[in-house]
Design a protein around this ligand. Sequence first.
Ligand code: PLP
Length: 383
Amino acid sequence: MRISSRVSSIEPSPIRKLMDRVGSMKDVLGLHVGEPDFDTPIIVKEAAKKALDEGATHYTFAAGIPELRKAIAEKLLRENSVKADPEDEITVTVGGYGALFSAIQALVDIGDEVLIPEPAWPAYRGFVRLAGGIPVPVPLRPPEYELDIGDIEDRITEKTKMIIINTPNNPVGSVYPIDTLTSIAKLASEKQIYLLSDEVYERIVFDGVSHFSPASIGDAREYTISIYSFSKTYAMTGWRIGYVVASRSVTKAIRVVHSYMASCVSPAVQIAALTALREAEDYVKFMVNKYRERRDIAYDLLLDIPNVDCVKPKGTFYLFPDFSRIESSSMKLSEKLLEEAKVATVPGIAFGEAGEGHLRISVATSSETIVEAIDRIRRIILN
Ligand code: PLP
């Protein structure tokens, strides 16, 4: 069997591997999960059932059903200050994954370099390699993990095709301020580099912090590709629906890739997503409030462990505490916690070198689990 060199060059996602392992263990407290613990809102599920009963069982337009794209355009204007034409600038995709895969395949050529500020969600590296591109890590600056524009500038070469940014950020929980986004948008335009902006956690922000979409800044819309998803916002990870917003010419290319990959998203799922956009706002607020409460609980408990440092996240449902004064290898520490305390966490190294010494702790689980799990971590560390 000869596997293609593109595929042999990539490792399966370390988070997936961990999930499979934890799934086969008993009585583990999971602080590793990357998805809402809440169920999809009932009205959304009902809408899908009704749609199926009414015959929504066929292929749709490759770009997504027009009513959904229209509702997305209205949402983009209202919430992101982004003006996009539903006809030829918005594409409904198989989750954020489908959006990222299609956009990267559409734009990255063999040998192109893609700058990825790290710590970063590990899948970006895989998407870039699958397209034959070269991921170039740009270390974010601890402890707040701010993006320094000079660090990006230093790594730009004539082969740089794209910069990937992720705000609110998985795993560090930061939310990029508008000044940073403005500088990066300006740099991308000057250097003629695409800006891929992954905003799948856009609604999960706390303490009055605002999420900004770089596509809303000046003329950045032309070379920015914005990625959104229903997964985290509406607790719809298993439904597999998201969307991508880009210029006309880029959208055309994205649609070619996505239609070869998936043809279209299931129509009942698209109708469910339309209902989520129109009718699930209260549920979103409820969930975000819960994540904030749990973040506060986890933050206080982590800071109470001697020699652990933690920045209070402004968004997402992750914390990224620094355990390097206790154990420099995040892999070793995560293993020890899993084996001895039966607590699952994601080692920071999974997000690149810049994440070493940290663990990603998810609060997409009950407060009771968070309290018990962090208490177990504390006891192991004090031992
Ligand atoms: N982007 C980031 C930063 C993520 O963490 C994830 C999922 O964990 C995704 C994109 C893709 O999510 P989905 O395909 O469920 O929309």
